[in-house]
Design a protein around this ligand. Structure first.
Ligand code: ARG
Length: 480
């Protein structure tokens, strides 16, 4: 054995431990320096320290319950683990050579603090069930926290919608003028996408909340560890059903990354809409200076970098999902070191969303719509559908009225006049069902008000939508 203190030697309590390794007994020499660097995950998994300490404290309790350690030993282990956690929290924990990963580092330090009793903590446990437990514990907290950040963005959208209840703007399909809508309707469309994202996070949570501890390396625990106790103490909803599966299952991370990628596409679309609407050509929105940047060369520039980054970061959210999918594809059962590659995509998605969500909430909360520009962009042709509906209400089959209105649109285009400015005689030349009141159709506010089905853009429907939206995020209209 190459390391300085063997487990056998460590029984000699008079000897001061100087090193504590998790493995190495069957090795003649330590890993090559580059191999160690290649193998180490401490550079990115130290954020799991709190989960690792919690898992270990609970495991110590389970060991005592199984009679494998005394209650006095349990208490020393727990006290030592609390010290280790304090050192991490205070930023004083010193990573040392040989600290492969967070589990190794915590146990090494525990050994320094408590002596040989630390060597009993890992009884029947493997880093395979340990890391799976740690990541789940960590992710449970993150899922809840991210859910709250999504809610905050939803709230910003809702409040923005409430401040501008009747504001009209052009609605687009294919990025072409389609029909007038309310600004609030556009904002709320993102509320509901985010609502589904939050529900997805909730779904993922069920699958994350399963405790693998006690699965050992792959075959289970031979020492009578109470797995139900472990799960309960750690706040999990269930225990894993198969130890071989438990140590290798990373579906819960894939699901989270998938939910994160989908959420990312929504944030990216929202960002794209705002970028477009805030462009000089559209001019519908003004982004607050706090969320824009300038140009080092062109003094007039105000660039929507916050939104471009939100759009751009979607790439890595999707990449993180694809990365882990490719990593796990075709792995033989059960644990393989490939699985250590789960962490960086997971952490990156968490970190990316943790920053993107509040930035976007800030952008939305401070958006200033420009009603005059929105109104100026509305044109009569956007009411062509309303014109067709006018004929439909007079009994003309929709297909026929569609064709009639199409010809009128063409004629207005050729004569270079707004559709509503064609003489009534022009309308009547296409259909005898047109009366002088046809001019009333060319009113965007009226068009919007007509769409009062549930989910429609009419002010009355928007009021209901806003009420329902508040119910989903636990607030009330005009309450915040
Ligand atoms: N750092 C490792 C990981 O993240 C911990 C598990 C190591 N298990 C093992 N059998 N080498 O996956």
């Amino acid at each position: 054995m190459y390391n300085t203190i063997t487990m056998k030697e460590s029984h000699d309590s008079t000897r001061q431990p100087v090193s504590h390794k998790l493995w190495g007994g069957r090795f003649d020499k330590p890993p090559d320096a580059l191999m160690a660097q290649f193998n180490d995950s401490i550079g990115f998994d130290r954020r799991l320290y709190d989960a690792d300490v919690r898992g270990s404290m609970t495991y110590a309790k389970a060991l005592a319950r199984a009679g494998l350690i005394s209650t006095e030993e349990r208490d020393r282990l727990v006290a030592g683990l609390i010290r280790v956690r304090e050192e991490f929290a205070a930023g004083t924990f010193a990573i040392q050579r040989g600290d492969e990963d967070i589990h190794t580092a915590v146990e090494r330090r525990l050994y320094e603090l408590t002596g040989p009793v630390a060597g009993k903590l890992h009884t029947g446990r493997s880093r395979n069930d340990q890391v799976a437990t740690d990541v789940r514990l960590y992710l449970l907290e993150q899922v809840d926290r991210l859910g709250e950040q999504v809610t905050a963005l939803q709230r910003a959208l809702l409040m923005q919608a409430e401040v501008h209840p009747g504001l009209l703007m052009p609605g687009y399909t294919h990025l072409q003028h389609a029909q007038p809508i309310l600004y609030a309707h556009w904002l709320l469309s993102y509320f509901w996408k985010l609502q589904r994202d939050r529900e997805r996070l909730g779904d993922v949570r069920c699958r994350v909340s399963v405790c693998p501890l006690g699965a050992g390396a792959l075959a289970g625990n031979a020492l009578g560890i109470d797995r139900e106790f472990l799960a309960r103490e750690l706040g999990f909803d269930a225990i894993s059903e198969n130890s071989l599966d438990a140590v290798a299952d990373r579906d819960f991370i894939l699901e989270f990354l998938s939910g994160g990628a989908i959420l990312g596409t929504h944030l990216s679309s929202l960002a794209e809409d705002v970028i477009l609407y805030a462009s000089t050509e559209f001019g519908f929105l003004e982004i607050d200076d706090a969320y824009a940047t300038g140009s080092s060369l062109m003094p007039q520039k105000k660039n929507p970098d916050s939104l471009e980054l939100a759009r751009g970061k979607c790439g890595r959210l999707i990449g993180n999902l694809v990365s882990l999918l490719v990593t796990v594809k075709g792995l033989p059962s059960a644990y393989d070191k490939d699985l250590q590659e789960d962490k960086e995509p997971l952490f990156d998605t968490i970190d990316t969303l943790s920053l993107t969500l509040p930035v976007l909430a800030g952008v939305v909360a401070t958006l200033r719509p420009r009603p005059a520009q929105m109104a100026a962009a509305l044109d009569d042709a956007m009411l062509a559908t309303d014109l067709a509906d006018y004929l439909v209400r007079r009994g003309v089959p929709f297909r026929e009225s569609h064709a009639i209105v199409g010809r009128l649109v063409r004629r207005a285009e050729i004569e270079a006049v707004p559709l509503g400015k064609l003489p009534v005689s022009a309308f009547q030349s296409e259909s005898p069902y047109f009366d002088a009141d046809v001019v009333d159709v060319f009113d965007a506010r009226r068009s919007v008000a007509a769409r009062d089905v549930p989910g429609g853009t009419a002010p009355s429907a928007i009021r209901t939508q806003i009420e329902r939206a508040w119910q989903h995020i636990g607030g009330t209209m005009n309450a915040e």
